[in-house]
Write a protein that binds this ligand. Structure first.
Ligand code: GLA
Length: 364
């Protein structure tokens, strides 16, 4: 088989620095692609069959490329969904043999499923010479997730995985669908960004996410704005419903924090940037109510051990927290998290550094 008909593609996971639960509210978010990724080895077949194998994700699967929602479930549904979305865009997608590997922890809130979608998307784009840019691929991956897999997520994770730039955070305007890389220079200033994977994944995560989306839509309708991130800071106070008031307050205050965080990042003002991370966590915990005991313990332990700031990252209800720490404090912050988890009777967290990395592309 010729080189052009086979190869290997990789797509990174992400952590969101700040701007949580804003991507389906028309707000701006500030994720990084991380140095952990999903790798897909792909080759074009002569027929219309797709085979998918993976040691890390689950059982191997085989289906026809003309797949429809409902045909393929489980982890391979993310793969089938991307092929379905590209085909429904009118793209000519061939049969494929796919082998998937990943050093991204699965279910840790670091977007392993989006990395899988994006690795497959760039592989198909290159193998079939599709005329589609990163934004188009991200939209196809979101449709795969929303309409094939049936999970109502936004566009942040796919754009982070596809558009990542080493050494930069990505300021994503989710209304305009624009991505602006912002230098993220904490490493040069002697700092480390730690991920604290709590190991927790609460059963209500999916239902809670969908409920938050509906509440945000209801709050936007009550305020007469088409997207909740467009509401003014004082607007939520005018809402009668106390729950909607809290949800909306998170969205409008988080929107302001993203702007402030971009300025702090650009100015390398780490105490300020860290404080904004911690404020974001408090808002997600108290107003948006998507944190959980494990995330709160991780954040408090990291801050108690000297982190500039810490917060849950991603959808919440489990998954991972991030902490910005002086590199010299990395081990003591990790220890503080482990001790605090043991004291609470939680299983040990996994703590590791991440770096802003390049987005999805061909690696061999
Ligand atoms: C999950 C979703 C994203 C985003 C975040 C919350 O990661 O996949 O689209 O909504 O939650 O910010």
């Amino acid at each position: 088989m010729s080189h052009a008909r086979q190869g290997r593609w990789a797509a990174p996971g992400r952590v969101n620095l700040i701007g949580e639960h804003l991507d389906y509210n028309g707000g701006s978010v500030l994720p990084i692609a991380i140095d952990r990724r999903t790798v897909v080895t792909a080759s074009v077949r002569a027929d219309s069959v797709v085979t998918v194998a993976s040691e890390s994700f689950g059982e191997p699967t085989r289906f026809d490329v003309a797949t429809e929602p409902g045909d393929v479930s489980g982890w391979a549904g993310y793969v089938a969904g991307v092929l379905w979305a590209l085909r429904s865009d009118g793209q000519d997608v061939p049969g494929l043999d796919l082998a998937v590997m990943s050093d991204l922890p699965i279910g840790a809130g670091l977007s392993s499923s989006h990395a899988l979608e994006c690795a497959v998307a760039v592989a198909v784009r290159d193998l079939a010479s599709l005329d589609v840019d990163e934004i188009g691929l991200a939209l196809a991956a979101r449709r795969a997730e929303n309409d094939y897999v049936g999970v109502p997520t936004g566009i942040m994770d796919q754009l982070a995985s596809l558009c990542g730039v080493a050494g930069h955070a990505l300021l994503i305007d989710t209304a305009a669908l624009t991505v602006r890389p912002v230098p993220a220079e904490w490493t040069a200033d002697g700092l480390t960004l730690l991920v604290i994977d709590t190991g927790a994944q609460h059963a209500h995560a999916e239902g809670g996410y969908g409920e938050r989306r509906r509440q945000c839509a209801a709050a936007a309708a009550a305020l007469g704005v088409s997207a909740l991130a467009d509401a003014a800071v004082g607007d939520p106070d005018t809402l009668d419903d106390a729950t909607l008031r809290r949800r909306a307050r998170h969205v409008v205050t988080e929107t302001v924090r993203v702007e402030q965080a971009v300025a702090a990042l650009a100015g390398r003002d780490w105490p300020r940037f860290g404080a904004l991370l911690s404020q974001s966590h408090a808002s997600l915990r108290d107003d948006f109510e998507v944190s959980c005991a494990e995330l709160d313990v991780a954040v408090d332990a990291a801050i108690g051990a000297g982190a500039f700031g810490a917060r849950m990252t991603g959808g919440g209800f489990g998954g991972s927290a991030i902490a910005l720490v002086e590199s010299a404090l990395t081990e003591s912050v990790a220890d503080a998290c482990r001790v605090a988890f043991a004291e609470q009777g939680f299983g040990p967290p996994s703590v590791f550094p991440v770096e802003p990395s390049d987005g999805a592309g061909r690696v061999a």
